[in-house]
Design a protein around this ligand. Structure first.
Ligand code: NG6
Ligand code: CA
Length: 512
C-alpha cells in the first residue's frame, strides 16, 4: 500500500514538474576539436595517418556527412553552440582578444543552464575563448567572473582564450590556479616596458618562428598575440595542454559517475601554435599539424576508455564536432603546408577557416550512444547550434521563448531515428557580425558578401578586392566545390534565398 502511494506521489510530482521526470538522462559528452576540417580523420577519408580512436567512435555511432558548426571561426561557433543563437545576432561575437569581457551574459539560456535545470552536473574543460569578467575585462589576479559558472556550468578548467593569445595560464572556476601574489599577472595590448622581449626583438630565441602576427610576448619559446608579465609559477607548457584536459575530464567523470553529467571537452588541438606533447612529435609525416591530430585522437581514446572503465558507455551520448574548418599557416612556421602532401584537410570541399565555403563549416560530426544509436552514416544536416534545442528535448526541458533563437530540435536525426529529418536550411557565417554569410537550403547555397564590412577577414578581403558580386549562388549537388556561380542562371532561386536570408537576419530569430 505504502509502495502504491509512493509511486502515485512520484507520478504526481512528475506531472507537476512537466515532462522532465519522464525524460532520459544519459550523460552527455560534447567533444569539440579546434580548426579540424572535414577530411582530417581516417574515418572521413584521410589516408596520410590514422585516427583509430575517433574511427572507432564513428564505427560505433553515427557519422554525419552534413554535420556543421555555425561559423568558420572559433568564438562565434562556440557562442552559438552554447546559446543556440546565431553569433551575428550578438555583440562582440567575433574572434575574442585576450582581455575580452564575458561575451555570453549571465542569465542567457545555454546548453549548460538547460542541462543543469534537468539535474545534470555540468563542466567545461579546455579552450574557452568567450571572454571572462565584466565590462572592464578579466581581473586576472582576482575573481574571474562572470564566466562559465554564471551561465550554467558547475565547474570549469580552462584555457582562457586561444593559445596563440596571452596569457598561458589555466583558469579553474573563478581563479588562475597557483598564482603567486608577489608575481601578479598583467595582460595588455601595449609593450609593458621598452626592454620587454618580443617575437620581434628576440626572434632568434624562438623555438617556433611566427609568419604573421604572433610576434608579441614570448613564453615557452613561442611569441604570441598580446603582451603579459608575471604569473610565472602559474604558467603552463603548451606541450602539456592535452594531458591536462584529459586528466581533469577523467577526474570530473569519476566524481560524477553516479549521477547525470554534461562534459564539454573543448580541445585546443589542432589550433596554432601546434605544439603536441613530445611523445606525439614526429608521429606523422605531416609535421606538428598532423601530430596534433594524433594527439587529439589519443584524447578521445582516453575519454572513451574512461567511460568503459566506469561502465558508462551505454549511458552516455557522445557528440564529436569541430569549431571551424582547416587552415595551414595561421601565424606560425610549422611547415603545415610544406608537409601536407596529398592530405586534403577539408576533404572534397573548398575554403576552410574564415570562409563560408563548405570547407569553413562542414566538419566531422559524430554521435555515439551505445545500444541506442544504430551505427551508420547519416546525410541529415545537423549543426552544433542545434544541440541546445535537441538536448533540451532529450532531457525534457522547455526552451524559453526568448532564448536559443536559432536552435532546431534535430534530436531524432542526432539519434539516427528512421524518418527523422535534420535541418532544411542553415545560415553559415565567418566571424562576428561583419556581413559574410551563406544560406544552405537543400542542394542550393547562396553566398552574401557585404564588402564594406568584410575588410577584417583575410580571405574575404582578397575576394572583396576582386569585386566579387555581393550574392553568388551554387548548386552543391553538381558543384561541390562551389566554383560556378549560377545566380544569373537561376534568378528565381537567387531571389528566394536572398529573401529567406534577409528575413532570418532581420527577424531576429529563425526558430519557430
Ligand atoms: C586570427 C589570428 C589567427 C587565429 C585566429 C583565431 C592573426 C594574424 N591571426 O586573428 O592566428 O588566432 O585569429 O582562431 O593574428 S580561432 O580558431 O580561435 O577563431
Ligand atoms: Ca577554431
Amino acid at each position: 500500500m505504502i509502495k502504491h502511494i509512493l509511486s502515485l506521489l512520484t507520478l504526481t510530482i512528475a506531472f507537476a514538474v512537466g515532462q522532465s521526470a519522464f525524460a532520459e538522462k544519459p550523460n552527455i559528452v560534447v567533444i569539440m576539436a579546434d580548426d579540424l576540417g572535414y577530411g582530417a580523420l581516417s574515418c572521413y577519408g584521410a589516408k596520410s595517418f590514422k585516427t583509430p580512436h575517433i574511427d572507432k567512435l564513428a564505427a560505433e555511432g553515427l557519422k554525419f556527412t552534413s554535420g556543421y558548426c555555425s561559423a568558420s571561426t572559433c568564438t562565434p561557433t562556440r557562442y552559438s553552440l552554447l546559446t543556440g543563437t546565431y553569433a551575428f545576432r550578438g555583440k562582440r561575437t567575433g574572434i575574442a582578444p585576450p582581455n575580452a569581457p564575458a561575451i555570453i551574459k549571465p542569465g542567457t539560456e545555454t546548453v549548460a543552464s538547460i542541462l543543469k535545470r534537468a539535474g545534470y552536473t555540468t563542466a567545461v574543460i579546455g579552450k574557452w575563448h568567450l571572454g571572462l569578467g565584466g565590462e572592464s575585462g578579466p581581473n586576472w589576479n582576482g575573481d574571474l567572473k562572470p564566466g562559465p559558472l554564471e551561465i550554467g556550468f558547475d565547474t570549469c578548467f580552462l584555457l582562457p582564450t586561444t593559445n596563440d593569445r596571452v596569457p598561458q595560464v589555466y583558469v579553474h572556476n573563478h581563479r588562475v590556479p597557483n598564482l603567486d601574489p608577489n608575481d601578479p599577472l598583467w595582460v595588455g595590448t601595449k609593450k609593458p616596458n621598452p626592454d620587454h622581449p618580443t617575437g620581434m626583438t628576440h626572434r632568434y630565441t624562438l623555438k617556433m618562428d611566427w609568419s604573421h602576427g604572433h610576434n608579441s610576448t614570448i613564453h615557452n619559446g613561442i611569441s604570441r598575440i598580446g603582451f603579459y608579465t608575471g604569473g610565472h609559477v602559474a604558467r603552463f607548457r603548451d606541450e602539456d595542454l592535452a594531458d591536462k584536459w584529459v586528466e581533469k575530464s577523467v577526474e570530473f567523470m569519476e566524481e560524477n559517475k553516479d549521477k547525470p553529467f554534461f562534459l564539454f571537452f573543448s580541445s585546443h588541438d589542432i589550433h596554432v601554435p601546434r605544439i603536441p606533447h613530445e611523445r606525439f612529435q614526429g608521429k606523422t609525416s605531416l609535421g606538428y599539424r598532423g601530430d596534433s591530430i594524433v594527439q587529439l585522437d589519443w584524447c578521445v581514446g582516453e575519454l572513451m576508455k574512461t567511460l568503459d572503465r566506469l561502465k558508462l558507455a551505454d549511458k552516455t551520448l557522445v557528440v564529436f564536432c569541430s569549431d571551424n574548418g582547416p587552415v595551414m599557416d595561421d601565424g606560425y612556421k610549422d611547415d603545415a603546408l610544406e608537409k601536407l602532401g596529398s592530405h586534403r584537410a577539408a576533404g572534397p570541399y573548398s575554403g576552410g577557416k574564415y570562409s563560408v565555403y563548405e570547407g569553413g563549416t562542414r566538419t566531422p560530426f559524430i554521435t555515439r550512444w551505445k545500444k541506442r544509436i544504430q551505427p551508420g552514416v547519416s546525410k541529415e544536416v545537423v549543426c552544433t547550434i542545434d544541440l541546445a534545442a535537441s538536448l533540451a528535448d532529450l532531457t525534457g526541458q522547455k526552451l524559453p521563448k526568448d532564448g536559443c533563437l536559432d536552435s532546431f530540435n534535430v534530436l531524432g536525426a542526432l539519434l539516427g531515428k528512421k524518418e527523422a529529418r535534420g535541418r532544411d536550411h542553415l545560415v553559415q557565417q565567418n566571424n562576428g557580425n561583419n556581413g559574410t554569410y551563406a544560406l544552405l537550403a537543400g542542394d542550393w547555397k547562396l553566398h552574401r558578401y557585404d564588402r564594406k564590412t568584410a575588410r577584417n577577414v583575410v580571405v574575404e578581403q582578397k575576394l572583396a578586392n576582386k569585386k566579387v558580386p555581393q550574392y553568388q549562388l551554387f548548386n552543391l549537388k553538381s558543384d561541390v566545390v562551389e566554383k560556378f556561380n549560377v545566380a544569373e542562371v537561376h534568378p528565381e532561386i537567387t531571389a528566394k534565398l536572398k529573401k529567406q536570408l534577409t528575413q532570418i537576419i532581420q527577424q531576429g530569430r529563425s526558430r519557430p
